[in-house]
Design a protein around this ligand. Structure first.
Ligand code: 13P
Length: 340
């Protein structure tokens, strides 16, 4: 199969009406934090058991088109000995892989960060592809403060994202490009708009410079929201209106899909906001969907508590969250549905 056809097929399987992406790609320190909250020790075995549970949830593919996995998961098996990426594919979803190696401070940029992992990326991707991964994810992170992000940080991060995306496409792997503007701070929603616009414009300039084909990229942005500690909080309608206005300014119509991260929003908020966005998005040129980690998994962890007897309840919690976000993809979610 040609590279072009591979990219086309993956986009067709990933960007599907009514469906979104499950992010299950937490690094070891992040997984340890999530498990600590339910008093479960994070070991290779406990992560295998938990992620097997997620990926074998019956009928998850009704609302989930793809799953982002962590490197370790690619080599892990279910109790019955089946490799987890194969389980994802057999259950009607596309296996993907987080390929960045986390952040370090960017020198001379007032505390801005830069994501590591470009060295040897092509070799790693070739290995991941052999293990079943058809798309990848890379996250750059921007915090908002009086001095951040700097122009240097915005430009350097954009360059790295574009280099990653170009390498992925050259190997027939669809890149998810994730520029995450963090929720922390007391900035206004207007300020979040301005920063996010600057960040995304730089990202799309860099993608253009590196000849990345936008038709085979998925954007994973943060929504336009006020800082967590901002005096004036807001409502889903304003978040939707500002998020769409910002995307319309920055994101070319050639992009097939935009899958938001949840970034610390509660599961209910993330669903409500996605719903408001889709309710307002008539004639938008892209599919507007989710690629949630915490907003899909928080209720699952709560239901599971590390106990095998809770597996069914945990899978039910995942199915429910996926279904509600599936409804939000059409703007059909109602808060009453939470009770069903
Ligand atoms: P959250 O939805 O928890 O923000 O995670 C999404 C993700 O993949 C971050 O890189």
């Amino acid at each position: 199969m040609s590279i072009q056809t591979e990219l086309q097929n993956t986009i067709a399987d990933l960007v599907v009406k009514g469906k979104g992406i499950l992010a299950a790609d937490e690094s070891h320190p992040t997984m340890a934090k999530r498990f600590a909250a339910i008093k479960v020790e994070s070991t290779e075995e406990s992560r295998r058991v938990y992620r097997s549970l997620l990926l074998t949830t019956p009928d998850l593919c009704e609302f989930i088109s793809g799953v982002i996995l962590f490197e370790e998961t690619l080599g892990q098996k279910t109790d019955s000995g089946k490799l987890l990426p194969a389980v994802v594919a057999e259950n009607g979803m596309v296996p993907g892989i987080k390929v960045d190696k986390g952040t370090l401070p960017l020198a001379n940029a007032s505390g801005d960060l830069i994501t590591q992992g470009l060295d040897g990326l092509a070799e790693r991707l070739t290995g991941y592809k052999a293990q079943g991964a058809r798309f990848a994810k890379w996250r750059e992170v921007y915090s908002i403060s009086p001095q951040n992000p700097t122009q240097l940080g915005i430009d350097a991060n954009a360059e790295v994202l574009a280099r990653y995306a170009a390498i992925c496409q050259s190997l027939g792997i669809v890149p998810i490009v994730e520029p995450e503007v963090l929720l922390d701070g007391d900035h206004s929603i207007e300020y979040c708009f301005d920063v996010t616009e600057a960040v995304q414009r730089a990202v799309f300039h860099a993608l253009y410079r590196h000849r990345v084909e936008l038709e085979y990229v998925v954007l994973k942005p943060s929504m336009i929201v006020p800082g967590k500690a901002a005096q004036r909080q807001t409502n889903p309608e304003e978040i939707a209106e500002k998020t769409l206005a910002q995307l319309r300014r920055s994101v070319p119509a050639a992009m097939p899909g935009i899958n938001f991260l949840s970034g610390g929003q509660t599961p209910e908020e993330a669903t409500e906001n996605l719903n408001a966005i889709n309710a307002l998005a008539e004639n938008a040129p892209w599919e507007l969907s989710f690629s949630y980690g915490r907003a899909l998994q928080q209720p699952v962890l709560q239901a599971w508590q590390g106990k095998p007897e809770n597996s069914k309840a945990a899978q039910d919690a995942l199915y429910k969250r996926a279904k509600l976000n599936g409804a939000a993809r059409y703007g059909n979610y109602l808060t009453e549905m939470e009770k069903q």
